[in-house]
Design a protein around this ligand. Structure first.
Ligand code: SF4
Ligand code: SF4
Length: 186
């Protein structure tokens, strides 16, 4: 079936919109009026007044964060066995399925003869990850999950976005594992 083409008419600007200045002042007026209204109502709330009037609610990010849905795909973690070792058996399914090629696993022997393999190294480059969740879906051992509720992945360098096995087994709660300030590790 041929695609239907819809022609969208651009709205015509009137004289006042074409000279911009009235629109700029209108925008400034809206911003300033909301700002002063919120200052006034928040101050009144502090004094125990106007409790029934709502003011804008601001989340003090990143100290304060909104709760997110448990279904949200957040930073990865590797699940552990009872002895603390990774559940991963280095089957390479996640590495193979990953469309961004950002998982790198080096397989090794596991000390328990009942477990065929274990990762000697498991590295995930968050700078390349597209958060598709395919790795979680492909894993036959429930060894990798994206349920840490950590969505802060800001870093000062690409290297800091590369997570090693230790970090994946015990994700840093605040966000990225190493914080740097202007390139200097703290
Ligand atoms: S979420 Fe997708 S892109 Fe990221 S590591 Fe898993 S498979 Fe790769
Ligand atoms: S799919 Fe699961 S068990 Fe296989 S290598 Fe990845 S994390 Fe390990």
């Amino acid at each position: 079936m041929p695609a239907k083409t819809v022609t969208v008419q651009r709205p015509e600007l009137n004289f006042w919109e074409k000279i911009y200045l009235p629109e700029i002042f209108r925008g400034l007026w809206i911003t300033a009026s909301k700002f002063w209204r919120n200052i006034f109502v928040h101050t009144a709330h502090r004094l125990g007044l106007m409790k029934s009037v709502e003011a804008a609610v601001t989340i003090q990010y990143p100290e304060e964060m909104r709760p997110t849905s448990p279904r949200l795909r957040t930073r990865h973690r590797l699940t552990q066995r009872e002895d603390g070792s990774p559940r991963c058996v280095s089957c390479m399914m996640c590495e193979t399925v990953c469309p961004a090629h950002c998982i790198y696993i080096v397989a090794g022997e596991h000390p328990d003869p009942n477990v065929e393999k274990a990762p000697k190294s498991f590295v995930l480059d968050l700078g390349k990850c597209v958060y598709c969740g395919f790795c979680v879906e492909a894993c036959p051992e429930d060894a990798i999950r994206m349920d840490t509720q950590i969505h802060t992945i800001a870093a000062y360098s690409r290297e800091e976005m590369i997570l090693d096995m230790q970090e994946l087994l015990n994700p840093s709660p605040g966000g990225m594992p190493q914080k740097t300030f202007y390139g200097k590790k703290s």
